[in-house]
Design a protein around this ligand. Structure first.
Ligand code: NAP
Length: 294
């Protein structure tokens, strides 16, 4: 009998096979982590692409049909769709099925999935801190998670064996794994990811409101500053709509702090307080150095 050392699952069902789902599928195939991969997606176009790319062997329109017989279900759709998905798969999931997800917010995800599950202790919420501004199955690549963090937010009731299996899966995909509470995750991500996206959306939005001539010049002379923001602001609109709607509290909290700090900067400029500006810019430069070292 051949024993495949990396084999973790028999049948993995992806609900949503876009950038994240397809990257996971590619890496799972490469590592031989599962005997069979299947996927559910709304549009026939995405289902066909997933088959053409050789990511999965079968596709389904109905989530309930996709998860039948799966020992791992990965929810990888925008978080606003989670509650409907949880309701439609709940009755088909059995005791041996582990459910995980990749959503960018965690508290709202737990609240919209767990109440519907017959075996909520088998739900291991997760979030790979890796991505690009591109979407869809053709955007995925197997190295996406290499060297990046994945945060898992199980609670006291979560089955330990299920958590360990999900840790093995992410480590097998090259990721480093950290465990924290869903509330803490949402606060950390509000600062490191959600606020920067909101700022980028605002800056690029402001530029598009400018009168025609000025706007053309912004595009023409966009150097690294504006250009970097446009990359972030090109991220998927639906995904980011759902992130802000589902991480309201933490986002509004960091946004309040940000507005206060912005007012301080405004005041420093008005008063020609060069010392205050230089002091802040030196501190922020040190943050960049620390991040690169990390
Ligand atoms: P994506 O490339 O846009 O793919 C989304 C997938 O979900 C597609 O298969 C899509 O199906 C399906 N879907 C969309 N809306 C749906 C709905 N209402 N009901 C059922 N299925 C639906 O998205 P992604 O970037 O992989 O993101 C997926 C999840 O990962 C999100 O929760 C996001 O927060 C999280 N995440 C994203 C990143 C990132 O940088 N992109 C990073 C970390 C985590 P159709 O194409 O058939 O419509």
């Amino acid at each position: 009998v051949w024993i495949v050392p990396n084999l973790l699952f028999n049948r993995v069902a992806f609900i949503g096979i876009g950038l994240i789902g397809s990257s996971m599928a590619k890496r799972m195939l490469k590592e031989g982590m599962a005997k069979e991969l299947v996927a559910c997606s709304r549009s026939s176009d995405t289902r066909q692409k997933a088959l053409d790319l050789g990511l999965v062997s079968k596709t389904y329109e109905d989530p309930a049909k996709a998860v039948k017989g799966a020992d791992l279900v990965v929810i990888a759709t925008p978080v606003g769709s989670y509650s409907d998905i949880a309701q439609s798969i709940a009755s088909v999931i059995d005791l041996n099925t582990i459910i995980t997800d990749v959503g960018s917010v965690k508290k709202a995800v737990v609240d919209s999935v767990k109440p519907y599950l017959q075996f909520p202790n088998k739900f291991v919420p997760g979030h790979p801190i890796a991505g690009t501004e591109f979407s869809g199955p053709e955007a995925g690549f197997s190295e996406l998670f290499e060297g990046r963090w994945t945060i898992l937010t199980p609670d006291m009731q979560t089955d330990e064996e299920a958590v360990n299996k999900i840790i093995c899966m992410w480590e097998g995909m090259g990721s480093k794994v950290e465990i924290m509470s869903s509330e803490h995750h949402d606060m950390v991500l509000a600062i490191t990811s959600h606020l920067p996206h909101l700022i980028a959306y605002t800056i690029v939005g402001t530029a598009t409101e400018l009168e025609e001539d000025l706007r053309r010049e912004v595009m023409k002379y966009s150097a690294s500053g504006f250009r970097d923001f446009t990359r972030i602001a090109a991220s998927d609109p639906i995904m980011w709509r759902d992130i802000f709607l589902n991480n309201k509290e933490a986002t509004l909290d960091v946004l309040q702090r940000f507005s206060e700090d912005l007012t301080v900067l405004q005041k420093a400029i008005r008063r020609s307080d060069g010392e205050a500006l230089e002091d802040l810019f030196s501190r922020t430069r040190a943050v960049r150095r620390d991040i690169l070292e990390l």
